[in-house]
Design a protein around this ligand. Structure first.
Ligand SMILES: Nc1ncnc2c1ncn2[C@@H]1O[C@H](COP(=O)(O)OP(=O)(O)OP(=O)(O)O)[C@@H](O)[C@H]1O
Ligand SMILES: [Mg+2]
Length: 662
């Protein structure tokens, strides 16, 4: 019995021990699990630390490789063969020392390179203290969609196109500098943008500030449609963003950089802003989210960029932002939009499925500094002779039509001629979207058409504006483009009732201009065309992408052919010599000018020569901005003689001489 009891006690003790052992093992497991969980939860590895680890790993691999190489070398060396161990050890130590020094140097260099991008150490430190990236994002209220962007596409955008660099330059979009290079690759010429690299913590900080700004600044509907209010909102956003960033004690340059990025993303078109800011681009086309954004470069023509939009939704969002700014909507029911950006650039958007490939945005950029006569003479578009003749015609209120193909420069040459308008004449311009930029001293009211809203209300057509403009007592009317019968009829009526009219027409030559005006859909009565005095035809050469005045013609009334008109070419462009040459003598213009002014033919010729001299003076002195040219021409109109146009220096010299005489 005793033995049995002893045995049962022993068994019990053993099982107790076993239980204890099992329990303790379980406990350890639990602790380990906890620790593991803790590790997973709490340590969000900041990017720079990851990078450091990677650098260290790569260094370790490299070190091992070198060691192997050295060992092989030593094997082959005489010390090894002779067994001179002391000498061998000495060499080993030396080699190791050198290696360590190299490693240290490389590590320092790599970290320095990483830090150079944007010094985000304070933010990185702040984020390191947080309990876990997921919790952190939750706390900040960053929506998961924002914290998990389309990484693949973003990486694609960051890839710089490799190849032979033809040219590189910098642009600035809202204080954010970007490097642009034109690169020749095997697939063709490309436009490459180097986008700033932003680490994850910086992105998180940007999103935080963005959320706070959205809460702080209320974006009302009135503010959306008014351009000056948008500018004010931009300033306010900037101010608040700087204030928020300053709390993180970032360096000033980084604050400016991050604020610019925020503005681009919040009230701009993100990375597309870079393209809009590049002055050497004429056109920006987002064809769909599947293909790269394309641009039309002034020097290189059409180029594909390294920018691809994240998805179709993003293009739709951009279209809606642009539409809301001009008080319009773009939806699946109204999938087309004609509008302009805050910068004034013309935008057209077409949504899927009307555009079967995907949502499309086309941005036609107008020159930030408008073209002037000096530019057009310098780049060979026109000659001083033609400008002098146009000046004479504009001064004495002749009617001029500007024709040409798509993007041949019709609107541009019309704009270039606007400084010839006298300042005391009332000017009205009617366009679908604002493109004209006239000198500031002119007496000008720009009018723009409007599409109906989704309920079909509030439409203002060109015809409405034209009819209304006649009640505004204008001296001169500028019409964006003659497209419809009704508009053309009112326009020619305006010419016949003594207004001076300037308009653009889609036609490749002067005779085609007549054909287009008298045939459908414009179909105006041929006899009305007599009111047109001059026709300037623009041309874009496809090979070199240059623009030229192809023809300068006058319309001569014809007795036969239902009293229509025929053209008489005064000047024409000769493609083989790339020269604009006189073609035939005028049959009507000088007679008209003489009738309008009471001047003799010789006086008219003298006046034109005088004007040519002024134009040459402007070119010689490179007076090329719109307002300065406008002011110079104004001085001429004020009958102070053209010599007063000369610079202030010469005037002050004269003044000093007079003083001395006194
Ligand atoms: N003489 C020129 N030299 C170089 N570039 C020019 C010249 N004229 C116009 N451009 C550029 O060509 C582009 C198209 O010009 P513009 O809008 O005047 O053409 P358009 O014929 O009016 O076009 P649309 O047919 O769309 O009305 C613009 O980006 C403009 O800056
Ligand atoms: Mg145009």
């Amino acid at each position: 019995m005793v033995n049995k009891k002893k045995k049962t006690r022993k068994v019990k003790r053993k099982s107790k021990k076993k239980k204890h052992r099992i329990n303790s093992r379980k406990k350890i497991k639990k602790i380990k699990k906890k620790k593991k969980g803790f590790r997973e939860m709490s340590v969000p590895i900041p990017l720079w630390k990851k990078d450091m680890d990677e650098v260290k790993k790569s260094l370790e691999i490299e070190r091992q490789k070198r060691f192997k190489l050295l060992a092989e070398k030593l094997k082959a060396s005489k010390f090894n063969s002779k067994g001179d161990f002391k000498e061998k050890e000495k060499w080993n130590k030396k080699a190791e020392k050198i290696k360590k020094r190299e490693e240290k140097k490389k590590l320092k260099k790599d970290i320095h390179e990483k830090d150079k991008e944007v010094d985000m150490t304070p933010i990185v430190k702040a984020i390191e203290k947080k309990p876990g990236q997921a919790d952190y994002e939750k706390k900040l209220g960053i929506p998961s969609a924002i914290s998990k962007p389309n990484v693949e596409k973003q990486e694609e955008n960051k890839k710089i196109i490799q190849g032979h660099e033809l040219e590189s330059y910098n642009t600035v979009a809202n204080d954010v500098p970007f490097k642009i290079s034109i690169v020749d690759t095997e697939e063709g010429r490309r436009y490459s943008i180097k986008l700033p690299t932003i680490s994850k913590p910086t992105r998180a900080l940007l999103e935080t500030v963005k959320q706070k700004l959205i809460n702080l600044i209320d974006i009302g509907t009135a503010e959306i449609t008014d351009i000056s209010a948008i500018e004010r909102m931009k300033d306010k956003l900037k101010e608040k963003a700087i204030e928020l960033f300053q709390r993180y004690k970032l360096p000033k340059e980084n604050i400016n950089f991050l604020t610019g990025l925020l503005i681009n993303e919040m009230i701009g078109l993100g990375n597309i802003e870079v393209l809009v800011a590049d002055p050497s681009l004429e056109e920006v086309v987002i064809a769909s989210a599947k293909e790269p954004v394309r641009v039309y470069h002034k020097k290189y023509g059409w180029l594909a960029t390294n920018l691809i939009l994240e998805n179709e939704k993003q293009i739709e969002n951009y279209s809606s932002i642009i539409a809301r700014r001009v008080g319009r909507q773009i939806t699946t029911l109204t999938p087309m939009l004609d509008a302009h950006l805050i910068t004034g650039d013309r935008v057209n958007a077409v949504l899927y499925p009307i555009c079967t490939k995907g949502n499309t945005i086309t941005i036609r950029k107008f020159a930030r500094e408008p073209w002037t006569i000096v530019d057009f003479i310098n780049n060979g578009t026109c000659t001083p002779d033609i400008f002098a003749l146009l000046w004479m015609a504009i001064q004495y209120e002749m009617n001029i039509l500007f024709s040409g193909g798509t993007a041949s420069g019709k609107t541009s040459i019309l704009n270039v001629c606007t400084p010839f308008f006298p300042a005391n004449h009332r000017l009205l311009s009617i366009e679908d979207t604002r493109e004209l930029q006239l000198p500031s001293h002119l007496y000008w009211s720009p009018l723009v058409t409007r599409l109906p809203n989704p309920e079909g209300k509030g439409q203002v057509t060109m015809l409405d504006l034209l009819v209304n403009s006649l009640r505004m007592r204008p001296d001169r009317i500028i019409l964006g483009e003659v497209r419809k019968h009704e508009t053309a009829e009112v326009l020619f009526e305006a010419m016949h009732t003594g207004h001076s009219v300037y308009a653009t027409v889609h036609a490749d030559t002067s005779s085609e201009t007549i054909a287009r005006l008298v045939n459908p859909p414009i179909s105006i009565a041929p006899h009305l065309l007599k009111a047109v005095n001059l026709n300037v035809v623009m041309f874009r050469e496809r090979r070199r992408g240059i623009r030229r005045v192809l023809q300068l013609a006058e319309f001569i009334p014809e007795e036969s052919d239902k009293q229509g008109v025929k053209t008489n070419l005064l000047y024409r462009w000769e493609p083989s010599r790339d020269k604009i040459i006189p073609h035939s003598n005028s049959m009507r213009l000088f007679e008209d000018l003489s009738r309008h002014t009471g001047m003799s033919f010789s006086a008219i010729h003298k006046d034109i020569a005088n004007k040519k001299e002024i134009i040459n003076y402007l070119v010689k002195n490179n007076i090329r901005d719109m307002n300065s040219i406008g002011r110079s021409i104004q001085k001429y109109y004020l009958k102070k003689g053209w010599k007063t146009i000369k610079s202030k220096k010469s005037l002050s010299k004269k003044y000093k001489k007079k003083k001395k005489k006194r």
